[in-house]
Ligand binder design. Structure first.
Ligand code: PLP
Length: 394
């Protein structure tokens, strides 16, 4: 045990020495456009709270009502005694919102992705995965016996090469797996082209749309809707735009969802979602389906923010998503800028290896509909100041 802990301590020291140490700050308020940290009011630019629903009165009220009507916890997996009317209502609402036959809820999208591949595909099959896919897709694929192929991020030539290879290797079924939005860059997967290649090679298309559901595409139905295509199997989260609490799902054709209910291990061996979370999820869908006001506010904010940072002289990644990364390349620079911004009342987070490649450190800013124009102006002034103070801007 002593040797073991000495080794672990050595690894911790290495992480610190490389400037890759992550710390957690404690927020004492609710999540929102403004948060309280260390007694100070701060503008928050790093939550996945795209539509500002994390502290929305309609969700809080739905959750409170469900606590009274349906209790606190389920103390059961779904198939024993953990399914309430609310769970099935949410699954059906999600299915119609997303345009699929049915959905199945999980504790998180991490679990949905860990669940989705193994029951659907066997050793005779193939999965072709984008190189930048989320860690949960990578882990889910590891749990599945299908043969693995990988294509360079959003590279359609490489995808076609891998499709040909899988066909030449005699795959029975081929599944292409991709994020709808690559969250470190805010880039969209070219789902129109991926769909066309999937059809050409008779492959199944699986899309993880965590950073898009609720706000990308017509009616907020996500990246497939943005490109006017349909994914065959879709996974997503309630933990980002759809209220920001917890919960994930798989949407797809009825037989796929039925098999998941029989065989998906993170579903069969893990607790049902709490009713308050499920009821607030239903309230989130109500708001998302009610109209485009929140989405319009979000994208107006994103355009204003992007233009402001660019005018100030920051190096941004191009894009059309409310993820707007400010590139610093060097991990320590990213941390220094984030630290100075923190002093100036703006909460952002530096991203560096291992969440992005070495030499690609950045501050990932994310817009949300809860921020006002005045908030954005305050934050832009702070960015310009911090940029000068840290030598990022000349
Ligand atoms: C956030 C995220 C997940 C994990 O979702 P949780 O519901 O928080 O587990 C999975 N995939 C992608 C692409 C994500 O961005």
């Amino acid at each position: 045990m002593t040797d073991f802990l000495t080794d672990i301590s050595g690894r911790l020291t290495e992480i610190q020495a490389e400037g890759l140490w992550k710390t957690e700050r404690e927020i004492t308020s609710a999540q929102g456009g403004h948060i309280t940290v260390g007694g100070r009011d701060m503008i928050n630019l790093c939550a996945n709270n795209y539509l500002g629903l994390a502290n929305h009165p309609a969700l809080i009220s739905a959750a409170k009502t469900a606590l009274d009507d349906h209790g606190y916890g389920m103390a059961s997996v779904r198939f024993i005694c953990g399914t309430q009317d609310l769970h099935r209502q949410l699954e059906q609402r999600l299915a119609s919102f997303l345009g699929h036959d049915d959905t199945i809820l999980f504790a998180a999208c991490f679990d949905a992705n860990a669940a989705v591949f193994e029951p659907l595909l066997g050793a005779e099959d193939a999965i072709i995965s984008d190189a930048l896919n989320h860690a949960s897709i990578i882990d889910g694929i590891r749990l599945c016996k299908a043969k693995r192929y990988r294509y360079a991020n959003a590279d359609m030539t490489d995808l076609e090469t891998q499709l040909k290879a899988a066909r030449a290797d005699g795959a029975r079924h081929i599944m292409i797996a991709t994020d709808g939005v690559f969250s470190m860059d805010g880039y969209l997967a070219p789902l129109d082209q991926i769909r066309a290649l999937a059809d050409k090679y008779n492959a199944i298309l699986m899309v993880d749309d965590c950073h898009a559901t609720g706000f990308m595409g017509p009616k907020g139905a996500g990246t497939p809707a943005h490109f006017g295509i349909q994914a065959d199997v879709l996974t997503g989260t309630l933990g980002k735009a759809m209220g920001g609490a917890i919960g994930g799902y798989i949407a797809g054709p009825q037989p796929v969802i039925d098999l998941m209910r029989q065989r998906a291990r993170p579903y069969l061996f893990s607790n049902a979602l709490p009713p308050a979370v499920v009821a607030a999820g239903l309230a989130a869908i109500d708001l998302v389906e009610a109209g485009d006001d929140l989405r319009t506010q979000l994208f107006d904010n994103a355009a204003y923010w992007r233009a402001g940072l660019s005018d100030a002289g920051f190096d941004l990644l191009e894009g059309q998503h409310p993820i707007i990364p400010v590139m610093l390349y060097d991990a320590q620079k990213a941390q220094a800028l984030a630290a100075r911004l923190f002093e100036l009342g703006v909460y952002v987070s530096g991203f560096f290896f291992p969440v992005v490649p070495k030499g690609r450190a950045r501050i990932r800013t994310q817009m949300n509909a809860a921020l006002t124009r005045a908030d954005l102006d305050t934050a832009l002034t702070a960015f310009a100041q911090a940029g000068r103070d840290t030598g990022v801007l000349s």
